[in-house]
Ligand binder design. Structure first.
Ligand SMILES: [Zn+2]
Length: 386
């Protein structure tokens, strides 16, 4: 494995508190040195003058069972092909398909692939909108525990769809079963809110959903405009939302085809609730819009008022914290695996688009230049991003 020297870039690593013109040396796939004007010492020099060097970006919510239904995307498309070094599948597979996911999806990928195991044995096999949790037999704690124990390195939590369509007549009992299972396995839940796949099903109230969660669990789709979101009919945050935040529940963006709405985002942000994580909810059906990729989703948050440093923090050290991997991911430190994203920050005017085709003015764009993982340089794939 050749040594690399990323020379002349702006290293921005909120997890380490670093923001400055610092070179980064990589040797044997690990971070060897960080400092100003590092000598090449035989390493291949990568000129990153004027570019941003950040810890490998982490996208915590995607659909990566490549080939499954209309959604399953190739991990490397939203991963290293988008300047992202870690991608996390959000419950495409239940316990029974995990070995298939591991062997045919995660193992061959150039991107680090992790996964939330779906509480339902069906996972996404039938497609969104099906009642995957109504039949209590579709939740098999024993087999989930076995699958998790066999895949601890890859599994970061349990995915639960808290929608009326998925829960059906079971109400919140599946969520309570998931929480008990999470306790046993010491894993957080990733909970989808927003009745985005059915016009007739009634979602549980977000207050009731939150009452089942505990510190470290994650609500995804915090800016959804669909029923079951964080705002009441007067556009006020449900009181249980603040209580949950104070109790340590995390809130993630989960953009997707349906669930980033700029009006909702403004109302939520104006009431003081900020995202802990930024994620694309990327799949095969939204890569060419409205989602595109993680850097574009980060730039949309910048258009909503967040700073560059804040969105990089969300997509690196915060994301690692959501995954409970902050001691290995999310920061550039000597000795750690060298997972690095190099981005270009451009000052230019563009229109950021949300899931309902609403637009806002954006003045800065973020585009991937290359990613480093396993000592290799990965160029981004062509994209139709705005
Ligand atoms: Zn999703």
């Amino acid at each position: 494995m050749t040594s690399l020297l990323l020379k002349g870039g702006r290293l921005l690593d909120p997890g380490s508190g670093l923001d400055g013109w610092l070179d980064v040396g990589v040797s044997d796939g690990r971070i060897a040195a960080i400092g100003p004007d590092l000598p090449a010492d035989g390493a291949a020099v990568l000129d990153v003058k004027g570019l941003l060097v950040v810890p490998g970006l982490i996208d915590v919510h995607l659909h990566l069972m490549n080939g499954l239904g209309a959604f399953g995307a190739d991990p490397d498309v939203f991963g290293v092909g988008s300047g992202v070094t870690t991608v996390v599948d959000a419950g495409s597979t239940g316990h029974s398909l995990l070995p298939v996911f591991r062997r045919y999806i995660a193992a061959p990928a150039k991107t680090r692939v992790m996964a939330y195991v779906n509480l339902s044995t069906l996972g996404s096999v039938a497609g969104a909108g099906y009642s995957t949790l109504a039949d209590p037999r579709l939740i098999d704690e024993e087999r989930i525990e076995q699958a998790v124990e066999a895949n601890r390195d890859m599994i970061v939590g349990i995915k639960v769809m808290a929608t009326g369509a998925a829960l059906g007549p079971a109400g919140l009992e599946p969520l309570r079963r998931a929480r008990r299972l999470g306790d046993n396995l010491k894993l957080p839940l990733l909970v989808h809110i927003g009745e985005s796949w059915s016009k007739t099903a009634m979602p549980p109230s977000v207050g009731d959903v939150l009452s089942c969660l505990r510190s470290g669990d994650i609500i995804t789709h915090m800016f959804t405009a669909h029923p079951g979101g964080l705002l009441d009919s007067n556009s006020r945050l449900w009181p249980q939302v603040r209580a949950a935040r104070d109790a340590g529940v995390f809130f993630d963006v989960g953009h997707g085809l349906h669930n980033l709405n700029f009006d909702v985002a403004r109302k939520v942000l104006d009431q003081g609730l900020k995202p802990d994580g930024v994620s694309t909810d990327g799949h095969r059906g939204n890569r060419s819009g409205p989602v595109y990729d993680l850097p574009t989703t980060m730039a949309k948050l910048m258009a909503l008022g967040f700073s560059l440093s804040q969105v990089v923090e969300m997509a690196t050290v915060n994301a690692a914290r959501l995954l409970r991997r902050e001691d290995e991911l999310g920061s550039i430190r000597p000795g750690r695996a060298a997972e690095i994203s190099v981005l270009r920050l451009e000052e230019r005017e563009w229109r950021a688009i949300d899931s309902q085709k609403g637009t806002i003015a954006a003045r800065q764009a973020l585009t991937p230049v290359f990613a480093v993982r396993n000592g290799e340089i990965h160029e981004p794939l062509p994209s139709e991003r705005p």
